[in-house]
Design a protein around this ligand. Structure first.
Ligand code: IMP
Length: 430
């Protein structure tokens, strides 16, 4: 399929980077279309680990990498990644940055941090990378865009106007140190010079690639249940990680998106605040956390772990129109006699539902109804073909497929690029 969108189906950290990396082997262009440096994509190639926050995961395979208009770009993080990847021998000449993307500026990070501190117990648990404040300025039409770095005068003027207001907020509302105009202006003018060569008309670039029949991957960041409009608001991110955003975030028509691959972990994790109905009780949760190395790539925070939530996945399937699924980290479940799966929610009024609650109170107070499936004890890291999975493991996959009505075409059995089982002609069909 010429174009494939890859989207997280849960609350993030499903292992999208690894799946993108695998599919990138057969692609020409890899694009990020939303989010920013709040993402943390981990890719392991030949025992070498790459942790990337902003640049598309396709960089590891030397693909053309596009950061679209829908992304918020922290220039400091972007340039540090370019330097680090370059130092590790990767070619970064074909990284393109949309002039329409907005910049995450230092005051966005400061406001994100100060606002979380101020919210105290009501905090969202953000990654504190300035994502929300940057998107807020974009919506208020006072943001600074990547194309502003092309003209030093405009850049300086915009920084000046922004700081005049942001410093007031920082000092008077959040009671933190303001920024020094001269220092910021000089630092960002230096970044601007380095950013210039990456700026491109990325909408046109992707359009042309598709016209030429090239294979384009759209790499989602965060995940469906963190979607600003459809996720578990307010415990969400400030962009729309759902698949349709790939079109708006890049600037192509939605009819150019051919297939949509949902990535789900074989269980579920969540960082930050907000309900997690299928949360596993202690001490089992700690065990899964340890087995799955469930610590945030960006923040190092421990992720909360729950059993696979089919209600959430059914909702994600509806929102994204998944055409197939990747089920990652199946190997982590190899250690249990029985594996509970959340098949329905018990609502506060005593009724049960297999559809995601439309009202926040129902979701906040629902309980997971679990069905217990048999486990397996064989490790999966050496399994090379889907057919060689222990029967209970393939039954687990079949159960998910039956419940969701979608084929699982990729199965993660370990951290390495090669530790993904593909089913049939999975790579052509995702
Ligand atoms: P923000 O995106 O930093 O504003 O954080 C908002 C919410 O999204 C918090 O609950 C974060 O933990 C969560 N979040 C943001 N990015 C990721 C991610 O890449 N993986 C998992 N959770 C994320």
């Amino acid at each position: 399929m010429p174009s494939t969108v890859i989207v997280g189906a849960q609350w993030g950290d499903e292992g999208k980077g690894k799946i993108v990396d695998l599919l990138a082997q057969q692609s020409d262009v890899v694009c990020r279309f939303q989010g920013g440096a709040n993402a943390g994509h981990t890719i392991v190639v030949d025992g070498e680990t790459f942790k990337i926050r902003l640049i598309p995961s396709g960089i590891v395979s030397g693909k053309v990498c596009v950061i679209g208009a829908g992304v918020v770009v922290d220039p400091e993080v972007f340039l540090a990644e370019i330097d680090e990847l370059g130092a590790r021998g990767l070619d970064t000449d074909e990284v393109y940055l949309s002039g329409n993307a907005h910049l995450v500026m230092p005051w966005h990070v400061a406001i994100d941090q100060a606002s979380e501190r101020r919210l105290g117990k009501l905090q969202i648990g953000t990654t504190r990378r300035g994502i929300g404040p940057a998107y807020a300025d974009k919506a208020s039409r006072i943001g600074i865009r990547v194309q502003d770095v092309l003209d030093p005068k405009i850049l300086r003027q915009k920084i000046e106007v922004a700081l005049a207001e942001k410093n007031l907020w920082l000092e008077r509302v959040y009671e933190v140190e303001p920024f020094d105009l001269t220092e910021i202006a000089e630092r960002y003018e230096a970044y601007a010079q380095r950013l210039r060569p990456f700026v491109a008309d990325t909408s046109l670039l992707v359009h042309r690639a598709l016209e030429q029949g090239k294979h384009v991957l759209f790499e989602g960041a965060q995940a469906t249940l963190l979607d600003l409009d459809h996720g578990t608001y307010p415990f969400v991110t400030s962009s729309n990680p759902v698949a349709s955003t790939a079109a708006t975030g890049i600037g192509i028509g939605p009819n150019r998106l051919d297939s949509i691959l949902g990535v789900a972990k074989a269980y579920v994790t969540r960082v930050g605040e907000g309900p997690l109905p299928s949360e596993i009780p202690s001490p089992l949760q700690e065990r899964i956390c340890e087995l799955g190395a469930e610590f945030g790539t960006v923040t190092g925070r421990k992720r909360r772990c729950g059993w696979l939530d089919l209600v959430g996945l059914r909702y994600a399937t509806r929102l994204n129109g998944f055409t197939s699924f990747a089920l990652t980290k199946l190997d982590v479940l190899s250690h249990f006699d029985e594996i509970p799966v959340c098949v329905r929610y018990l609502l506060p009024d005593g009724t049960e539902t297999d559809e995601f609650p439309a009202h926040q109170s129902d979701f906040h107070h629902c309980r997971a109804v679990l069905e217990t499936l048999p486990g397996w004890s064989e490790p999966l890291d050496g399994v090379e073909r889907f057919e060689d999975l222990p029967p209970a493991a393939s039954d687990y996959v079949a159960f998910v497929e039956r419940e969701l009505g979608i084929e699982v075409t990729l199965i993660g059995t370990g951290a390495g690029r090669e530790q993904v089982l593909t089913r049939g002609a999975a790579l052509e069909r995702v």
